[in-house]
Design a protein. Sequence first.
Lengths: 407, 187
Amino acid sequence: MWEQIRSNQIRSVVLVTAMAALLLLIGYFLGLYFFDSGVGGLVIAFAVWLIMSLVGYFQGDSILLSLSRAKKISRDDYPRLYNVVEEMKIASGLEKMPDIYIIDDPALNAFATGRDPNKASVAITSGLLQKLNRDELQGVIGHEMAHIKNRDVLLMAICSVLLGTIVILAWYASRSLIFGGMTRSRSSSSRGGGGGQLQIIILAVGLVLMILAPIIAQLIYFAISRKREYLADASSALYTRYPEGLASALEKLGNSTAELKSANQATAPMYIINPFRKKGMRAADLTSTHPPISERVRILRAMGGGASFNDYDTAYRQVHSASKGILSAATASAVGSVGLRAASTAEPAVEEHKSEKVERTREVSDVMLRLNNYQTISCDCGTRLKVPPTFKDRRVECPRCGRIHTV
Amino acid sequence: MIWAWILIAVVVILIIIFIGTYNGLIGLRNQVKNAWAQIDVQLKRRYDLIPNLMETVKGYMKHERETLEAVTKARNLAQQLSSAGAGERGKAEGELGMALGRLLAVAESYPDLKANQNFLALQEELTSTENKISFSRQYYNDAVLRYNNKTQMFPSNIVAGMFRFQGGEFFEVTVAEQREAPRVSFT
């Protein structure tokens, strides 16, 4: 379980380095063109990247959380969610309890953020809380914990900052190459003939680079992201010892059509499922941040008798009928045989009880109302009044029995 | 001259390997200790929750004296053994888990009790504590496995032998029926 992090890191480092090289290449060409010196461009590219990285490193999680309008909750707000997170924290061996946030959105999604495992947060939509039973919730939280534990969050942050820098530089550069290029090349050619040929070559290569770089960078970004998703799924199965939980949660996530309002292209890989997915996305889709849900579910369900990485790898090979697994060999053999556990509900929850669903919906909406500063008053007749913070009157009448309560 | 340099290089490399192995062993041993402390926290939490549960349940379950007494007895026994080793403790905790599972299963047939907010909160806490115990046990056993492997495998076993790193003891809950979730049928 610990070797896997390292062996995966090597691969990720290669890909990140490729992205960084791309960035430097852009900077070099920019410098060559605008200042006649590649070094100047390198410095500018590096400076832009450094500033963005620093902001991302120190403020990234709070920016992300406020962008998604997430609300922080404490243990008393929602004991069940807090307990499930704590359970997964223990199972993953994380040292510090991550902060828990709820996003008030009917879409089904969740993400993890934070620059290191000791300063992490987990965010989950209220829609997801309503839809999932305890085992499924555990699977989802286990997946997010794995992202934190494997330091995916930091890796993806580094990647998205690199991607962002490349996109920004390429955008400005291509604009100025196209619109400003004419005047610039005329002024330099008047200075003396010899450099003209070279200038045109640089211009051509630069233009191609400006167009291709963002696309290549994005593909690399997506490749890293997809691999991380598989690993997080495998880790979740290992933590919970119950792959079916995550599988059925993913199935529910896949069946919902509500789109998360507060997500955007840059934050997409942070979520457990791609917030912009289309129905029936193809398996080998290069331009996707996440593997298709149906495939993730199939792999989890194919994990016959165990919950170890080895079992996940075997299942992956089985589903893909390929000889090469998704996890490295060192990873797969890191933990020996690992048995499964039974479902936590006494009866297998094939058909969930309706009352349970209603109860859960009520529970979640109560939590959301409390988080939005609604005041709850219990009337003696059994009715519970939820008074919004904008309510001005001092007294409120129970609609059922007519008793008067003071707010 | 060249031979002297090679000798020095070999010695330096050996020292580096030695330091690495020693530190690795220390790290693993601390991980085992830490994981054990985690289990301990959860087991203590369970001891603390049981008296509350008893208070809440007592008024409703008048005819379940035996079940209730079994839980109290198992709890006291487990608490007495709380400074014992992993093996002995596992047995006592297994009994307690069994007794609690039986109690919660019986509680299903008391609708009044199931409507009690206090009981529902306690039930959530207990369920979660059970889960936390098994998750921390899982993590602890993984840590022990890694530590034991390191102390027994060549070449780290040489360093382990020199500094008396003795492997850890697995924490197994040794009640045969406990391995399966309690099944209840209402016929």
